[in-house]
Write a protein that binds this ligand. Structure first.
Ligand SMILES: Nc1nc2c(ncn2[C@@H]2O[C@H](COP(=O)(O)OP(=O)(O)OP(=O)(O)O)[C@@H](O)[C@H]2O)c(=O)[nH]1
Ligand SMILES: [Mg+2]
Length: 227
């Protein structure tokens, strides 16, 4: 009779090894790497467009973005003033370490302050694949409904920052910001929850401040300590 054996040890996958190598490269170069995750259409590309328009004079930024097909997002981000490489995953529902490693070949990481990774629009698979990033941001939006944190806890629990976008639609959609933040806290998360609108610009200042603070934290960690 077949015997069922319970595996308690985490299996180190090929992606874990690639992610560890990426993390080492990112740390050596001293830049901040931010992985953006959301369901399709929550506003990841819009957030990067706004970030490019408002921060490009202060910080050197670049992006890589994953979509099943087309280079539409990359063209939008480039038009907003940030270099971007598009990765087409075909049927793949998330980015992996190999795809990111190939896409960043065109960048001199030491010349960048922030690298953004726009993951494939999907609130399930991307959460399980480390890309060597320093910070994960989950972007949610008001038309999706206020219960997403409890329905997709794996993604939200892995976040260092939660962005709630499309606040301009809060009344039209009947979205309850209080319920949403309650669900986030119920997961035991103690991370910033930034309410904003990429359409009106409301709340974008707090997002840019958060980015600057994270950039500084990573830069200080990477700087060699004085003798
Ligand atoms: N009303 C409103 N619309 C927004 C806002 N932010 C983004 N949108 C719109 O929402 C749609 C999707 O935005 P994207 O930025 O493409 O979303 P995304 O998360 O990058 O989408 P995928 O890459 O397909 O997963 C676009 O039509 C945007 O113009 C916002 O704050 N308010
Ligand atoms: Mg996009």
């Amino acid at each position: 009779m077949a015997e069922r054996i319970r595996l308690e040890k985490k299996i180190v996958t090929e992606n874990d090894r690639l992610a560890a190598a990426l993390a080492e490269r990112f740390d050596e170069a001293g830049l901040l790497v931010v992985n953006l995750m959301s369901s399709p259409g929550a506003g990841k590309t819009s957030l990067l467009e706004q970030t490019a328009r408002r921060l490009a004079d202060d910080l050197r930024m670049a992006a890589v973005g994953g979509d099943l097909a087309t280079d539409r997002d990359a063209r939008r981000i480039i038009d907003a003033g940030m270099p971007c490489r598009q990765i087409n995953t075909g049927r793949g529902c998330h980015l992996n370490g190999r795809q990111v490693a190939e896409a960043i070949e065109v960048y001199d990481l030491a010349d960048l302050d922030i690298l953004f990774i726009e993951n494939v629009g999907n609130l399930v698979c991307p959460a399980s694949f480390d890309l060597g990033e320093h910070r994960r941001v989950v972007v949610s939006s008001t038309p999706e409904g206020d219960d997403k944190p409890v329905k997709y806890p794996v993604a939200f629990r892995s976040a260092d920052c939660v962005v709630l976008n499309k606040m301009d639609l809060v009344e039209a959609t009947g979205f309850s910001p209080a319920s949403f933040s309650g669900f986030v806290r119920d997961l035991g998360l103690d991370v910033p929850l930034l309410e904003l609108s990429c359409k009106t610009g409301q709340g974008l200042g707090a997002w840019l401040d958060w980015l600057r603070t994270q950039r500084e934290a990573v830069r200080c960690r990477a700087a060699p300590s004085p003798e």
